[in-house]
Ligand binder design. Sequence first.
Ligand code: ZN
Length: 175
Amino acid sequence: MLEVKFYPGEGLEVNDLFQAYMTAKKYIYQSPRGKEIFDALEDNLNQKTVLHVDPTTDSTFQHQVASIKFDAYWNPIKLFKLKPKGIQSPALGLIHELGHALQCQTKLAWYEERSTGERYLEIEEDNVATNETPIAIHKNEPVRIQYRDFIGANWFTGRAFTGMSLQQKVIYSQK
Ligand SMILES: [Zn+2]
């Protein structure tokens, strides 16, 4: 199952974060792979993913060895700068983290063999290729050729974003 928790911060209340999550989910759910990921996490009754929607953190994923509970963290107001160019939306960051939950759900031994040390990159490349990129293509967002084509998670700062609503920010991307 998928449980979603909301942590107020950065001037955003629980209801704002709920709206941001619903906007991101609706956007991602329009792509076939995005629908598969959400459905697989929500329909699983044996393993639980807790999604922490927290505007003060970075989007990450954590799993404890041999656990049946996984924790994904999502910041709805940070976007992802890629190299050589492009910006992926916060919504795409959400499905990247939930993609890790699906990896744990469907191939936990495979995941745990790689979860420490250098082999961790294999987890990331698999997640980018299998989960993130098909959705990025469907949503006309820029794609990463490799996991490390990532410069950083940035706030929506600058004049271009003045007056943009939270819902617009959640699904904002640029090629
Ligand atoms: Zn990742």
